[in-house]
Design a protein around this ligand. Structure first.
Ligand SMILES: Nc1ncnc2c1ncn2[C@@H]1O[C@H](COP(=O)(O)OP(=O)(O)OP(=O)(O)O)[C@@H](O)[C@H]1O
Length: 319
């Protein structure tokens, strides 16, 4: 049963919209936001759910939480039909939307959490333990008395993640949890999520535009576009399908002609002493770096990951 913790069979969501087709004319149209998606997620898995804007990711998550009722197909989360038993499901799931907060804007974080405790009827000891753990791991100690409206985006996100976990959910849905965060907050959030997943076996489904989230957190990634599942497997496999590339940014001691003759990499841009070399995302950067270091006066370097849109568009190009 554990392999079937979340089950989607031919899931559909169709919206009826009225579109303006002339100055006074409006026509009814169907938007197939989710167009027959099937997958299973095992208990304890951490899965990335990615796709371009408008692909149907949020609509899927809204059906998984019971906010939206499917137009067709079958859906079960922990054996529960989300739309029919939304309240029962709420005890089993936690939801974090990166773009908006579920906290009370004018209340200090601590008061928001007390309200969550009452809403979910969380026993006092469990509440205290969970809050302490989140406060420590997410570094919220100094922020508990601060009203949510005064928090930075990164602080608010850490506050939201805590609120979603106080009732010990088995499943956590995260919609763009690192969007707009600085590098330090991003890495705190990522470390925390992987700790929670390892320590409690929390099943995590995560949508993101940041491939590093997927790389660091998810063994499995699903790509959707136009409401359909286009890929389901390892991130490395996605890079292979899409033949996507990473970029090595090298700073040399001085301006030089484009670097040549490095096997497996090609120079795609130069600007003063800085040069950019593209190489296959599935390859290791190490041999390329050592060849450059052997032949050129290297001062500094960094590796840039391809972005999700780039990987996906290459994937379509390859299919
Ligand atoms: N309530 C609604 N009424 C009508 N159309 C909708 C509604 N919600 C979503 N859609 C449409 O369904 C499609 C999928 O939207 P959805 O928000 O699920 O995409 P997404 O993958 O989450 O995109 P993004 O990354 O931009 O959030 C889009 O064409 C969108 O315009």
């Amino acid at each position: 049963m554990d392999g079937d913790f979340i089950v989607l069979e031919d899931l559909e969501k169709v919206f009826q919209v009225r579109r303006r087709t002339g100055r006074l004319r409006r026509e009814r149209q169907e938007v197939r936001a989710v167009d027959g998606i099937s997958f299973n997620i095992a208990r304890g898995e951490m899965v990335g759910y990615i796709g371009p804007n408008g692909a149907g990711k949020s609509t899927t998550i809204k059906m998984l939480t019971g906010i939206l009722t499917p137009s067709g197909g079958r859906l079960r989360v922990a054996g529960i039909d989300p739309a029919r038993e939304r309240t029962r499901l709420a005890r089993r799931i936690g939801v974090v939307f990166g773009q908006r907060t579920t906290l009370w804007w004018d209340l200090p974080l601590r008061d928001s959490y007390s309200l969550v405790r009452r809403m979910y009827r969380i026993p006092e000891t469990r509440y205290r333990e969970n809050l302490e753990r989140c406060v420590e791991l997410l570094d919220l100690g100094d922020l508990l008395e601060v009203p949510v409206r005064q928090l930075s985006l990164g602080q608010r996100m850490r506050g939201d993640i805590t609120a979603a976990l106080l009732h010990d959910p088995d499943v956590l849905y995260l919609d763009e949890p690192t969007i707009g965060l600085d590098v330090v907050s991003k890495s705190t959030v990522r470390r925390f999520l992987s700790d929670i997943n390892a320590a409690h076996g929390t099943t995590v489904l995560l949508t993101t535009h940041d491939l590093t989230d997927i790389e660091q957190l998810c063994k499995r990634v699903m790509v959707i576009d136009h409401g359909r599942l286009m890929y389901d497997g390892a991130l490395a496999g996605l890079h292979e399908v899409g033949e996507s590339e990473r970029t090595l940014v090298v700073d040399l001691e001085r301006e030089l002609p484009p670097i040549e003759g490095i096997e497996g990499a090609r120079t795609v841009r130069t600007e003063g002493p800085r040069q950019w070399l593209a190489f296959p995302a599935s390859a290791s950067a190490a041999p390329i770096v050592s060849r450059i270091a052997d032949g050129y006066p290297l001062v500094d370097l960094s590796v840039r990951e391809p972005d999700i849109e780039d990987v996906i568009s290459r994937m379509y190009g390859a299919s």
